[in-house]
Design a protein around this ligand. Structure first.
Ligand code: AMP
Length: 224
């Protein structure tokens, strides 16, 4: 099963992706996480990506497509995977179509998580991420048991550098200009489901899950 999660920063793509992955054991491919890891390890890719990521701009398509192509051909992706934060431009979506054609794979569904500006700002400014396992917390709505420590693994929690208010605004501008056109790109292909992402994780997961049952990629309610 191949799922794409589309939506602005702060819509909850990472949280939903981790939940689906946990429940049906397919990996999440989050290009933002791959790029941040490369930056932390100061690899060649990390050196190129750093200035783009820190300033909230998009890393050039050629690098991102290469990362994705390498990742999806790894053995754990055979059963399927969830894209979080990819594709992010029409060009990336077209390139992905070509890669999938070559690999004889198909996108089952694109879920567009639509949310308000107020929700985005309040979620991102209170977001904390575990440096060890990638778990995501919100200091207001889903706080860790101990300040600054991951409840799941004890790893250190940090605020992402690009979750500062000025960079959030830049990321939203980039999103509106570069990524939002993908909604109509996938609508035209008849594989887009829109979800109101202000209604809470469990409700959103239910809608998503029901849609997957409806299109026949999941047979029963194993999630509930
Ligand atoms: P995210 O964790 O998805 O919010 O991504 C964080 C940052 O990584 C973005 O602001 C971009 O700088 C970069 N990035 C992540 N995914 C992509 C992508 N598909 N294309 C280009 N840049 C990306």
């Amino acid at each position: 099963m191949i799922i794409i999660l589309l939506g602005p920063p702060g819509a909850g793509k990472g949280t939903i992706a981790n939940e689906i992955s946990r429940r049906i054991s397919i990996p999440v491919i989050a290009t933002g996480n791959i790029l941040r890891n490369a930056i932390d390890k100061n690899t060649d890719l990390g050196k190129i990506a750093k200035s783009f990521v820190v300033s909230g701009k998009l890393v050039p398509d050629e690098f991102v497509i290469r990362i994705v192509e390498d990742r999806i051909t790894e053995s754990d992706c055979e059963k399927g995977f969830i894209f979080d934060g990819f594709p992010r431009t029409t060009n990336q979506a077209r390139e992905l179509d070509m890669v999938f054609k070559r690999l004889d794979r198909n996108i089952d569904q694109v879920f567009y998580l639509d949310t308000s500006y107020e929700t985005i700002i309040s979620r991102l400014s209170a977001r904390r991420v575990c440096t060890k396992c990638g778990a995501i917390y919100n200091l207001k709505y889903d706080p860790p048991e101990k300040d600054d420590l991951c409840t799941k693994c004890g790893g250190k929690l940090i605020q992402r550098a690009d979750d500062q208010e000025d960079t959030i605004k830049k990321r939203l501008d980039v999103y509106n200009e570069e990524t939002l056109p993908l909604v109509s790109y996938y609508e035209k292909k008849n594989i887009l489901t829109k979800i109101n992402a202000d209604q809470g994780l469990e409700n959103e997961l239910k809608i998503l899950w029901n849609r997957l049952i409806e299109i026949g990629v999941i047979q029963n309610n194993i999630l509930w």
